[in-house]
Each structure stands twice: as structure tokens, then as C-alpha cells.
Design a binder for this molecule. Structure first.
Ligand code: FE2
Ligand code: FE2
Length: 282
């Protein structure tokens, strides 16, 4: 399969009303799914900044003008995501969750990776994690029924971030290919990123559920309830994730852009200048 030609990656700066009364279980009143997303929320600021540093490391060696432009937009989008998710921490703290210990742990791990992994491995890890975020985001946006009952502020945050993950899904992969990083490193990094995602998001989810004193039995019940409802979606997600193993894989082959932009309008974010800073508050 061929890769698609690059599209523009707009930079948006929406505002989020984190002072509004966001319910404890804002995702369809389901504590397990809510804390799964809360867990990702805690991870995003540290790791999105790590991704940006990993990509920018190669900036001076890249002579392709379009790719350089895309790196600029990728970095701006990710920094905006990191800031918005960091602002959301105040909601979790107001709800009584202790999160400082977890944040410290993620910071230490990101620094450890930065010291121990080579620049090429770091960019391959970034590309692999971006495949995770773009896949989850794309499937979520193409099945709006999953998020129809999510609290409006959180839905806006989720949709905005998901749309931009779909928009910039190829950038880290293109940098990896430009730098001549081959299939073996790509797959090793994918396996490592899978383990990291599973470990850190699982641990964050469990830590938050533990703070709510939710019993393992209820955790399983909520998880099965959600999984049963979205069985077909989970299957599509797994299939798309595993396509990373194809030798001729390129992120642009999985295209959810149209569905993504439709959802953006649904949450009141309207692009009126796709190439510059977009002013898009309701
Ligand atoms: Fe992001
Ligand atoms: Fe991303």
C-alpha cells in the first residue's frame, strides 16, 4: 500500500472550562473507563514533551522542507496537548486524588529513557506510541456513539486531542524513515512501547481505582460491560494496531481525517484558518 501525500497540520488553541462541575466518573458514568482515560491524562504531559524532544533532536539533519514544516506543527500540537492535560490535573486534585507520586514516577522514567535509549530508538519509540494514540483516536472518532454521553468539557478535550493525533500521525514515522531507521528497530520499539503503554496506563488506572476503593469484582464488571458494548470497535482497534507489523506500513494508510473533522465541529471547534493559529472557542 502506498502512503498518502502530507496534509496541513493546523495549530488550535481551544479553551477548556475545568472550573465547571466535572463529575467524578465523566466517561459514561463508568469508573474503569473514566480512570483509564484519567490515567492517560496523567501520562500525556511528560511523554508528549519527551516525543517533541525526540523529534526535534533530528531537526538539523533534515533537509526536506515539508517534513520540517510538519515537525514544527507536530511540536506545537503536542505542547498544546501537554498544557491542556496538565491543566486538567487540578480537576483530579479537587476531586481528592493523590497524583503527585505517579507524576514523579513518569518524570523519572522519561528521564531514564532519555539517558539510556539512543536518539534513534527514542524516535522509533515516539513513532510507535504515536501509532497507538492515532489508532485509539481514529477508532474513537469514527464511532461517536462511544463518547455521546461523556461530559461536554471532557468530550471537547478528548475530541480535540484525538483529532490532532490523527492529523499528525505520520510525522514521527516520517522522521524515523528519513533517518534510515529500519524494520527491526521499528518493531523492537513497537514492542517496547506496547509494554510501556500497558504497564503505565494499567498502573495509573489501578491506582486511581484503588483510591476510590472500588473492589476487583466491580472493576471486572464495569470493564466487561464496556467491552461487550463495543466489541466490534475493540476488534477494529486491534487490527489497526497490528498493521504496524506490515513491512510496507505507513500511518497515512489508516485514514480517519474526515470523521475526525466532523467530530471537531460537533464539540464547537471550528477551523477558520487551517494553516495558521486557529481561533476556535465556542
Ligand atoms: Fe498529543
Ligand atoms: Fe501525538
Amino acid at each position: 500500500m502506498k502512503k498518502k501525500s502530507p496534509h496541513s497540520i493546523p495549530i488550535r488553541q481551544p479553551e477548556f472550562d475545568f472550573d465547571s462541575d466535572i463529575p467524578r466518573y465523566w466517561f459514561n458514568d463508568n469508573p474503569v473507563v473514566t480512570h483509564n482515560f484519567n490515567g492517560y491524562n496523567l501520562l500525556f504531559p511528560e511523554f508528549e514533551r519527551f516525543f517533541v524532544r525526540s523529534i526535534l533532536y533530528f531537526k538539523d539533519q533534515i533537509k526536506d522542507e515539508i517534513l520540517l514544516e510538519q515537525i514544527k506543527s507536530f511540536s506545537a500540537q503536542e505542547i498544546n496537548h501537554a498544557q491542556a492535560h496538565q491543566a486538567y490535573f487540578s480537576v483530579l486534585e479537587r476531586q481528592g486524588y493523590k497524583i503527585k507520586g505517579l507524576l514523579k514516577l513518569y518524570q523519572r522514567y522519561a528521564r531514564f529513557l532519555e539517558r539510556m535509549a539512543s536518539p534513534k530508538l527514542r524516535v522509533a519509540l515516539t513513532a510507535a506510541t504515536e501509532h497507538y494514540t492515532a489508532t485509539i483516536a481514529g477508532v474513537l472518532l469514527s464511532h461517536p456513539e462511544i463518547i455521546e454521553d461523556v461530559h461536554p468539557t471532557m468530550k471537547k478535550l478528548l475530541v480535540w486531542h484525538s483529532v490532532e493525533e490523527v492529523e499528525h500521525r505520520s510525522v514521527a514515522f516520517d522522521v524515523m524513515q528519513y533517518m534510515g531507521i529500519g524494520y527491526r528497530t521499528r518493531i523492537a520499539a513497537f514492542l517496547m512501547a506496547s509494554l510501556d503503554t500497558l504497564l503505565w496506563s494499567g498502573m495509573s488506572t489501578l491506582m486511581l481505582l484503588w483510591q476510590d476503593r472500588i473492589s476487583p469484582w466491580r472493576i471486572l464488571r464495569y470493564k466487561f460491560q464496556h467491552n461487550n458494548k463495543f466489541r466490534k470497535v475493540n476488534k477494529q482497534m486491534r487490527r489497526n494496531l497490528l498493521s504496524y507489523f506490515r513491512r510496507d506500513f505507513h500511518p497515512s494508510q489508516i485514514d480517519f481525517l474526515e470523521e475526525a473533522h466532523l467530530q471537531l465541529k460537533e464539540v464547537g471547534i471550528v477551523d477558520d484558518n487551517v494553516d495558521g493559529i486557529v481561533n476556535n472557542n465556542e
